[in-house]
Design a protein. Structure first.
Length: 246
């Protein structure tokens, strides 16, 4: 039971370690998918983002600051809806951040989606140490293996459709890591689907980037276990549990 608890904490740690009023300058209507350039500039000057984390501006700011990636580098070539939903974007300093793009006609074909996966792959490789994407510690157990290049062919092969009892199963998920300034970051590109008359139909794409494991799972779990023995950590966990129970 304790092992399961520690494993869940480790994955939670990996995930964590995942419109203003009119002004002069470029300002678009809230929710139309355009970026408020002045808002970005103001926050760059303050070195932090002061505003709603669920905005394209927040995602653009933290993608650039945390990962060195411009939002234009993770914007698809396929036509997407300018109107955005409340949770299509997320930008946070110490958690994973993501961007979401919904196809203009709410139907995303696989060819366009794969081209988007390739674009994101190239964007992360461009900013990575050694200009390469890697496996990371989720997939490998040693630093040498974790830092090996994970080629685009491997990424695409892992995400390709499989057949079960003659039925094609396609999850539309592609994952890899990259190292920037010595820190591992994990990348997940996922196809979003919705049910129509009981069938799943792809309608958009989301890119999530956040800190990955910096050591293999065994070492990470050992560190978590040691941390859990710290009285201060126990106190904080008790406090969090009480807050959640309210």
């Amino acid at each position: 039971m304790k092992k399961l608890f520690l494993t869940l904490i480790c994955f939670a740690a990996v995930a964590a370690v995942c419109a203003c009023g009119p002004k002069n300058g470029k300002k678009a209507k809230a929710g139309d998918g355009e970026i408020d350039a002045r808002k970005i500039a103001e926050n760059i000057a303050k070195d932090t983002f002061d505003g709603d984390k669920n905005t394209k501006e927040a995602a653009a700011f933290w993608f650039k600051k945390n990962f060195g990636i411009g939002i234009e580098d993770v914007t698809p070539a396929f036509e997407f809806q300018k109107e955005t939903g409340k949770y299509d974007f997320l930008g946070e300093q110490n958690l994973s951040s993501y961007v979401t793009f919904v196809a203009k006609d709410s139907t995303l074909n696989r060819e366009d989606y794969l081209e988007y996966v390739k674009k994101v792959y190239e964007a992360t490789a461009k900013v990575a140490d050694g200009n390469k994407n890697v496996y990371g510690f989720i997939a490998k157990s040693t630093a040498e293996e974790a830092s090996e290049e994970k080629t685009l062919d491997v990424v695409l092969d892992e995400g390709k459709p499989t057949k079960v009892f003659g039925i094609e199963i396609y999850m539309g998920m592609y994952s890899w890591n990259f190292i920037k300034d010595g820190t591992y970051y994990m990348v997940d590109v996922k196809q979003l689907e919705k049910k129509v008359n009981g069938e799943e139909f792809p309608y958009g794409a989301r890119t999530i980037i956040g800190k990955g494991l910096q050591k293999n799972m065994s070492e990470t779990m050992k560190e978590v276990e040691e941390a859990l023995d710290d009285p201060e950590v126990q106190k904080q966990l008790e406090k969090a549990a009480k807050e959640l129970s309210k």
